[in-house]
Design a protein around this ligand. Structure first.
Ligand code: PFF
Length: 458
């Protein structure tokens, strides 16, 4: 029956088109906005090391599994899981995994588009020359003025949601492929320019040491969970985004090698962003743990003091918004694909509906930085934004990923996964299967158990 299940939303024109789209999904705010600030908050080197370990031992194998399940299921995650569960003769309840992803996707979208709105706002500031000659204090003031104004945040958030809805309504392939094709290389180049600036800041070594000299004394258990959660977030795993992209992938493409390319691109962008940011942090005597504003309070200083800074700064924030755009599209796609398949609605209406839900929920994040930032509006000392971010990134995505690993490793027949991966009973296949059965699920479980205090190693 597997052969008869054709894709109904279209298909990528080539392997490269898929790599570009999946890299577009992976590379986003997670790499440039989030990675540096959580690295800063969690003490640097040891955190980065754990994060890299999670990418290799959890992220990459689960990405292989997720693409594989998507391509074999050929439908939105909910229906793909239903088909696959049927085909493998296991409980139909596995489709709950798809539901889990749809919910996580919309929740992430709600705060993602608010932060992407910051990037849009910074395009205007950069182009208007606001960064010229900027120092640490002004950079902080400019950022604070933005986030303390709910109306401005709302306007940018609205604009970003509309941008996302427009692209998603037009279908997966149209536009997306072309945009990502030039955006990624240029983003890479600008990051290199920024790293070049950071090298001359006089504090490059301090930045390098902060990021790569591990001091495990500065990494808490929470930090380990955050590193693991981020490995899912940054690779867009655990919620069906990569699964739904995989469902548009041609049968002939090698999933393994494609995954390596995507993971390598994603990791290098994050590390470059860190290398650009931390030297500036130290050169200006800022705290590395400044939180979500870190990128917005550091890079403008670099742009404001380098030749051609207005141009580079504008281009950088345009690209950051773009990178966020190609990611938010994939956050919406599992929900939209499902609405189109099961409820016979047009893509346009499905995208608009999903967008509206994300937009409304986004208000909570907007207010987290101003009118709801205070004590009475917090739970466990966390704002709505903190809670959403924590619940999705550190709980929902790893749990989704755990279930994907368990399904692909234990419930799917060996012959099925071997056939789908198309590399025969090779060492690579056996290695992947071992990791997906034993290593990734055990590691995820251990981190969770440690955290709830059931297991204590120290
Ligand atoms: N990977 C994106 C980033 O790093 O910015 C965020 C993301 C996109 C997470 C899609 C999850 C997802 F499904």
């Amino acid at each position: 029956m597997q052969e008869h299940r054709e894709h109904i939303h279209g298909q990528w024109s080539s392997r490269w088109a898929f790599i570009l789209a999946a890299t577009g999904s992976a590379v986003g705010l997670g790499n440039i906005w989030k990675f540096p600030y959580i690295t800063g908050e969690n003490g640097g080197g040891a955190f980065v090391l754990v994060y890299l370990g999670c990418i290799a031992l959890i992220g990459v194998p689960i990405m292989v599994a997720e693409i594989m399940l998507g391509r074999r299921g050929r439908r939105s995650p909910i229906n793909a899981m239903r088909f696959l569960a049927h085909e493998e003769g296991v409980a139909p309840a596995w489709q709950a995994l798809g539901w889990w992803g749809v919910v996580a996707g919309v929740l992430i979208l709600s705060f993602y588009s608010v932060i992407a709105g910051w990037a849009l706002a910074y395009v205007v500031r950069a182009a208007g020359g606001v960064f010229n000659g900027m120092d640490g204090t002004t950079a902080q003031t400019v950022f604070t003025e933005l986030v303390q104004d709910p109306e401005r945040l709302l306007a940018w958030h609205t604009m970003f949601v509309v941008m996302t809805v427009v692209v998603v309504s037009r279908g997966v392939a149209a536009g997306l492929e072309k945009a990502v094709r030039w955006m990624m290389p240029v983003l890479f180049l600008i990051l290199l320019v920024l790293v070049g600036y950071a090298m001359n800041s006089g504090h490059f070594m301090a930045g390098l040491r902060f990021m790569f000299a591990p001091d495990f004394g500065r990494l808490s258990l929470q930090g380990v969970l955050i590193a693991m959660g981020h490995s899912f977030f940054t690779l867009s795993l655990g919620m069906g985004a990569i699964m739904v992209y995989g469902s548009y992938l041609s049968r002939r493409t090698s999933i393994m090698s494609t995954t390596f390319v995507i993971a390598a691109a994603d990791t290098s962008v994050a590390l470059l962003a860190g290398l650009a940011i931390f030297p500036i942090v130290f050169a200006n005597g800022m705290p590395p743990g400044a939180g979500p504003g870190l990128v917005f309070q550091t890079l403008p200083i670099a742009f404001g003091n380098m030749p051609g800074g207005t141009f580079f700064g504008t281009l950088f924030f345009v690209l950051l918004a773009f990178a966020a755009w190609t990611s938010s599209i994939s956050l919406m796609e599992p929900a939209v694909a499902w609405l189109v398949e099961n409820h016979n609605v047009s893509r346009v209406n499905a995208a608009a509906f999903t967008g509206i839900v994300g937009w409304v929920l986004g208000l909570g994040t907007i207010f987290s930085f101003n009118v709801w930032s205070g004590e009475p509006y917090q739970l466990f000392g966390k704002t709505v934004f903190d809670l959403l971010d924590y619940a999705t990134t550190n709980v929902m995505l790893p749990l989704g990923g755990l279930l994907i690993a368990v399904f692909a490793g234990w419930f799917m027949r060996r012959s099925s996964s071997m056939e789908e991966l198309g590399i025969g009973d090779s060492r690579l296949y056996r290695g992947w299967r071992f990791v997906i059965r034993y290593v990734s699920p055990v590691l995820i479980t251990l981190v969770f158990l440690q955290l709830v205090g059931i297991l204590r190693f120290n």
